[in-house]
Write a protein that binds this ligand. Structure first.
Ligand SMILES: Cc1cc2nc3c(=O)[nH]c(=O)nc-3n(C[C@H](O)[C@H](O)[C@H](O)COP(=O)(O)O)c2cc1C
Length: 205
């Protein structure tokens, strides 16, 4: 895939995930090697990854995820244009334990509790570029995932389950990885054109 196609067709993959085909550790490590080429503040490379393939552990995480996702759904009144995305999110939640690999992305250090704009930007801005690199690398080799955070309501419980030292390391995202079943690779829809979101020389939006 050329670079522009990869950037414009990498989506939240949920229903296209192949639940029957195992994912090779080598593929995961190769994609994580691309993830770690991302930038981070002063190049501190805060990322750490825990890959879960053990069915019993995936099942426990999926339970927490479903509780978190359910709470998220019941706390909001979705707009009509969000319904399809939420239905696809429900599908992912229902099948999470069947997904071949769950990659938990962690960052060294707890997120600042009351961050200045600089510290907040530095903390999350030093980890999410690696998450996105990973998603692009997966897609480039026919795998896919969705950026998820619904499990974070139970971050402490999942840290205990996985042996992550909660006081020193934060979980920031979980990526449920699988091979992609064949399907159309259309550009991500529902994006507002940049021209409508951009002003020149001063804010006119
Ligand atoms: C910070 C962040 C958190 C997200 N958390 C979840 C999640 O917990 N569960 C989920 O199914 N999707 C989650 N998503 C995926 C978004 O719903 C998805 O990226 C968005 O709807 C665009 O989808 P598209 O690229 O397929 O158009 C998250 C995305 C981001 C950026």
């Amino acid at each position: 895939m050329n670079g522009i196609d990869l950037l414009t067709t990498t989506r939240a993959f949920r229903r296209r995930l192949d639940l029957t085909r195992p994912v090779d550790r080598r593929d995961l490590l190769d994609c994580l090697d691309i993830a770690v080429h991302a930038p981070s503040g002063t190049n501190r490379q805060p990322w750490r990854f825990v890959v879960i393939q053990e069915p019993a552990v995936k099942a426990r995480i999926a339970e927490y995820y479903r509780k978190g996702f359910g709470a998220y759904l019941s706390a909001r009144a979705p707009r009509p244009d969000q319904l399809a995305d939420l239905a696809s999110g429900r599908y992912l939640a229902d099948h999470l334990h069947e997904i071949p690999a769950l990659v938990v992305v962690c960052s060294l250090g707890r997120p600042p509790a009351d961050p200045s704009p600089l510290r907040g930007a530095s903390y999350y801005g030093s980890i999410y570029p690696a998450v996105w690199n990973f998603l692009l690398a997966l897609h480039d080799r026919g795998l896919g995932a969705t950026m998820t955070t619904a499990h974070l309501a139970y971050e402490r419980e999942i840290a205990e389950l996985l042996g992550i030292p909660f006081d020193e390391v934060a979980q920031v995202a979980m990526l449920p990885v699988a091979h992609l079943r064949p399907g159309p690779t259309a550009a991500a829809p529902r994006r507002i054109p940049a021209a409508e979101l951009t002003s020149w020389d001063r804010w006119t939006l």
